[in-house]
Design a protein around this ligand. Sequence first.
Ligand code: ADP
Ligand code: MG
Length: 294
Amino acid sequence: ATPTSIMAGSGRAAELGILFKGGEHLEAAQGIEVVVLDKTGTVTSGKPVLTDVIPAPLMTQQSLLRTAAAVERKSEHPLAEAIVAGALERSKALPLPEAKDFENLPGYGVSARVDGRPVLVGTRKLMEERGIRIDPAIHPMRLLEDAGKTAMLVAVDGKYAGMVAVADTIKGTSREAVSRLHQLGIEVIMVTGDNERTAKAIADQAGIRRVLAEVLPEAKADEVKKLQQAGKRVAMVGDGINDAPALATADIGMAIGTGTDVAMEAADVTLMRGDLNGIADAILMSRRTMGNIK
Ligand code: ADP
Ligand code: MG
C-alpha cells in the first residue's frame, strides 16, 4: 500500500469511529487470526445491576446488603458500584455504616471491618483461602451463574453470611459482531476474571465458543503471549485498566472508546463506539487498503 492509500484508509476508518494510532496498525490489522475479547465492558455493557440478595439463615436481606455495600463503597470496581447503587435504591439498607481497614484484593474481592466486624466480599476462591465454609451457597450460586450473573459471597466474622448477585447484559451488537469475525475466518476467545459458569453463559449469548475464565488481572497478557507463541497473530480488545498490559502485548490492541484512558493509551486502535462491529470493520478496512480485497 502507498502512503496515500494508507492515509485514505485511515480517514475512512475514522469516519466509522475507528482511530488507528499509526499507518502500521492499519497495515497489520489484515493479518489478525485470533481476537481476544475482555468480558466486562467489552462484550457486555459493563453496567452491572444488583439482582439478588440472598442472606444465610439468621441474617436479614437488609443487614446483608447494608454490610456488603458499606465495604463496596470503598471500591471502584463496576461490581462494587452495582452493589452500592442497589443498596441506595433499596433504601431500607440505609444509612451505610463506615467501613474501616479497607483492602482491595484484585481478582478476588474486597475486605474491611464494618461495625468492628471483619467482612469479606468476593469469589469462592477468596472464601476458600480464608477458611470460610460455603456449602449452603454452592447450589444457589450455580443457578445464578448459569443465568450469566456474577454471584459474590459475603462473610462476616469468619462465617458465611449470604450472597449478592449482579447481572451485566451483553451489548445488543455483540452477537452480530462475533458472527462477522467468524465469517472472516477469525477465532474469537473471551477472557475474564469472572468464574467459568458465568463466563460460559455470557459467551453463549454472544456466540463465542472459547472462554478463558478466572484469569487474574495480571495474567491476561500471558494468555495473549501463549497464543502468539502458538504462532497466532492476536488482537486484544478491552476497556479496563486491567486490560492495558494485554492490549500492549497483542499484535494489535483495540480499546473501547467508552472505557478507561489507560486502555486507550496502551492500545494501537480505539473503537470510538462501544460496538464490537468496529473490529471486523477495522480488519476489512485493512484488507481493502492493503489491496487484498476490492
Ligand atoms: P473482570 O475481568 O470480569 O473485570 P476481575 O478480575 O476484576 O473481573 O474480578 C474477578 C472476580 O473477582 C469478579 O467476578 C468478582 O467475583 C470478584 N471481585 C472483584 N472485585 C470485586 C469487588 N469489588 N467486590 C466483590 N467481588 C469482586
Ligand atoms: Mg472490562
